[in-house]
Design a protein. Structure first.
Length: 194
């Protein structure tokens, strides 16, 4: 990756059942670009991935979400998987943490089913984004402009559909984090939640 993220602090938010490659590949790309990555979760100590059709590996949790502050990070990454966002979307500490990144105009990168969490955080209305195809109706009903593209960038929000899109997702994620805050993102989030 050409751009350097040296000095950038990036949070990756996951619960048990995240799609493993959607965690490991962005994490690797961020670290190779020089970012310091912190794994945040509602789980304590360890979190377990999902590897396509079965349970995957276990990873260390650096910080519980109820103790995490968005102010301590430059960007947020939300991996997908079905169980992961479905569990997190209803948790108030998760909603508060995710919403804080949008309110501050900080880059957010979400792939696959991760936008489910963003719906409950109230941050998709008026946003152009993509996701796993089964979320299209949910996102449209929440006021998002859903499109079927490999990667979509909307004022600091980077979204992709599935693991096949990871190369483009990682590239755009790093570009947006390198750019820093996006004032337009802050303005879009200022409207009342759904």
């Amino acid at each position: 990756m050409a751009q350097s993220l040296t000095g950038k602090q990036v949070a990756i938010l996951v619960a048990n059942g995240f799609e493993q490659v959607e965690f490991t590949e962005p994490k690797r790309a961020l670290e190779e670009a020089g970012a310091q990555v912190t794994v945040i979760s509602p789980e304590h100590d360890r979190v377990k991935g999902w590897n396509h059709t079965d349970w995957g590996d276990t990873f260390k949790v650096d910080l519980q979400v109820d103790r995490a502050q968005a102010d301590d990070f430059d960007a947020l990454v939300l991996p997908g998987g079905v169980m992961n966002p479905d569990h997190m979307r209803r948790l108030e500490p998760v909603q508060t943490f995710v919403r804080a990144f949008f309110e501050a105009g900080k880059p957010v990168a979400a792939i696959c089913h991760a936008p489910w969490t963003m719906i409950d955080a109230g941050v998709v209305k008026g946003r152009k984004l993509t996701s796993y195809h089964t979320l299209e109706t949910d996102l449209r009903n929440a006021g998002a402009d859903w499109v079927n593209q490999e990667v979509v960038v909307d004022n600091g929000l980077v979204t992709s559909r599935n693991p096949d899109d990871l190369p483009a997702f990682n590239r755009k994620m790093i570009e947006e984090i390198a750019k820093g805050r996006h004032e337009r993102q802050t303005a879009l989030t200022a409207s009342p939640r759904h």
